[in-house]
Design a protein around this ligand. Structure first.
Ligand SMILES: C[S@@+](CC[C@H](N)C(=O)[O-])C[C@H]1O[C@@H](n2cnc3c(N)ncnc32)[C@H](O)[C@@H]1O
Length: 214
């Protein structure tokens, strides 16, 4: 019985079309409807194993783009020459390692990460993980960039969406058709990032520029 539910039409379609997981169709639908994958862009895939989002991302960014992925697990499949994968914990890695040597911030950040638990409090852990992504966006995502994050709907979701609305021009929840009916997962789709202004370290009583010389 459980097997019949798991092996639904998206599962069979993924097998037929060579995608490593049925989640590929969620990202395709998100991009078809909301245009979040930048052609020829540099993109980050958080929680990238087994690799179906990496496949969709490489197909859609094209030969001139680059994809960086990170997961606790190894991606064993060879996705393509413009893909760099890292085995590690996103919450523990130095963001500079993700950005890489060229130092160019990402045009878009995608997260399909799911906390490794099942039971009470999953939704809060999932929202917490997304908050950790938003914390790091100033050093990962360029101004005007996009971010798509999976979150398990629950108590932490409204606060997350509110925070995203504060740092993106647009932030909306979205449930793709390929998400199973019983699942609480949804995606927060954020467009046009507005990074926080650089901190002003001048003391409160400092003279405005140019006044020192008077
Ligand atoms: C649903 S799977 C991702 C599927 C992937 N998008 C695909 O299409 O192949 C979720 C992944 O998130 C990863 N993950 C969870 N927490 C993580 C963390 N803190 N850092 C890196 N990866 C994490 C898990 O190891 C798991 O492989």
């Amino acid at each position: 019985m459980a097997k019949r539910v798991l092996h639904d039409r998206y599962f069979r379609q993924a097998k037929r079309e060579g995608y490593l997981a049925r989640s590929a169709y969620k990202l395709m639908e998100i991009d078809d409807k909301r245009r979040v994958i930048p052609r020829a862009g540099k993109v980050l895939d958080l929680g990238c194993a087994p690799g179906s989002w990496l496949q969709v991302l490489t197909e859609r960014i094209g030969d001139k783009g680059q994809v960086v992925g990170i997961d606790l697990k190894t991606v064993t499949h060879d996705i393509g020459p413009n893909v760099r994968t890292i085995v590690g914990d996103f919450t523990a890695i130095d963001p500079a390692e993700l950005v890489g040597e060229d130092g160019r911030l990402f045009d878009a950040v995608f997260s399909d990460m799911a906390p490794d638990t099942s039971g009470h409090g999953d939704d809060f852990m999932s929202a917490r993980l997304c908050q950790e992504i938003v914390d790091r966006l100033p050093v990962l995502l360029r101004k005007g960039g996009a971010c798509v994050m999976k979150v398990l709907e629950g108590g932490g979701t409204p606060e997350l969406v509110k925070r995203c609305k504060g740092c993106f021009e647009e932030a909306k929840p979205f449930k793709p058709n390929a998400t199973r009916d019983v699942s609480r997962e949804m995606y927060v789709i954020c467009k046009r990032y507005r990074p926080p202004r650089p901190r002003d370290d001048r003391p409160d009583d400092a003279s405005p520029p140019g006044e020192d010389a008077r």
